[in-house]
Ligand binder design. Structure first.
Ligand code: SF4
Length: 344
């Protein structure tokens, strides 16, 4: 029988577990303190737990932090981490420093089944969902690599996979990350990105998690979006944007729309104007991502003047639009470029 991963449990569930093996509930809080406060994954090393309790706990459970197999630094300061899960599955997380921020991008699936035309990860297909513990474990593994005094300030669910297609594990991991007895992350510093699974967005809106939402939009007409993102055939743009209008967005927060600029496909002034019309009534900000080329993609990055002209139209209409020259491009860690080949 495989052992329970303590990273799959909320602090209150750690208390239940402590009680179920004959200890007082506060032992659960002590365990959470070791794991999340001190970064200790070895149950034997949790020295304020009685020896017998530790032995019983270690017989039933483990703290399975994915192991870092490789760290690849990029010239822009970001770092790709290749992590190995207990079953040998390989996933990636990316650490991205930017001024006073340090953002960690986490994966939620091994591979991805959504086959967006411009995305390298999509060519892998879906191997499996990650557990909540494997998502939380990426944060612990990345944190352990930081020099003294540095800390992860933001987390984005934008790595391999579609977070809302792995809904239960994604939501559970968000609860563990934001729990005051867990990693105590502010939900305002966490962003969940989705291709636009409308029913899951509506469900997320009811969870009262208060995390930020990002939508991979990438096109302004259903015709083009159908071509770029097969998911659009199930949920049309209008339906997706209606769900965004209903999503609870806190004061001073905005929904982020990711828009990868592809030469001759979605980068014209008419696309920019359509985007302005589509986003009416939504507190939005747009991340324009000039396409990061990968071999065999069939797409190209637009010329700089086209990129700037696209941004200009959005700005003229009062829409906040930033060009994201993707970080980690030279190490294959930029948006839509995460792919891990399994080495045998
Ligand atoms: S863009 Fe996101 S949803 Fe689409 S294939 Fe890539 S990882 Fe999957």
């Amino acid at each position: 029988m495989s052992r329970l991963n303590l990273l799959d449990l909320l602090p209150s569930e750690l208390e239940d577990l402590a009680e179920s093996i004959g200890g007082p509930r506060y032992r659960g809080r002590q365990i959470a303190g070791w794991i999340y406060g001190k970064g200790v994954a070895d149950i034997e090393a949790m020295s304020d737990l009685p020896r017998e309790f530790r032995a019983t706990l270690a017989g039933r459970a483990t703290v399975a932090v994915p192991e870092i197999e490789r760290r690849t630094p990029s010239q822009d300061g970001s770092q790709k981490l290749v992590l190995v899960c207990e079953d040998g599955a390989r996933i990636q997380s990316v650490l991205m420093p930017d001024a006073d921020r340090l953002t960690l991008c986490v994966s939620t699936q091994v591979g991805c089944g959504f086959s967006c035309a411009f995305c390298l990860t999509g060519t892998m297909g879906l191997e499996r969902n990650l557990t909540a513990g494997e998502i939380v474990g990426q944060v612990l593994a990345a944190r352990a690599t930081l020099p003294a005094g540095a800390r992860i300030t933001h987390i984005v669910y934008m790595g391999m996979g579609e977070p809302l297609a792995n809904y239960a594990a994604t939501v559970k991991s968000l609860r563990i990350l934001t729990d005051p007895g867990g990693l105590a992350f502010s939900p305002r510093r966490i962003t969940v990105s989705t291709v636009g699974l409308v029913s899951a967005i509506e469900r997320l809106a009811r969870e009262d998690l208060k995390v930020n939402l990002a939508i991979s939009l990438h096109a302004t007409s259903n015709e083009i979006r159908d071509r770029l993102m097969p998911v659009n055939k199930g949920f049309a743009i209008e339906e997706l944007l209606e769900a965004c209008r209903r999503f609870p967005v806190a004061v001073r927060q905005r929904i982020t729309f990711e828009y990868v600029l592809l030469k001759g496909v979605n980068d014209g002034p008419e696309d920019a104007r359509r985007l302005v019309r589509l986003l009416k009534g939504i507190r939005a900000k747009i991340n324009l991502i000039p396409f990061n080329d990968w071999e065999g993609s069939g797409f190209q990055r637009p010329a700089l003047h086209r990129i700037l002209a696209f941004q200009e139209i959005l700005l003229e209409h009062g829409i906040r639009a930033t060009i994201r020259w993707s970080k980690g491009e030279d190490i294959g860690a930029a948006c839509g470029q995460l792919k891990e080949t399994v080495e045998v």
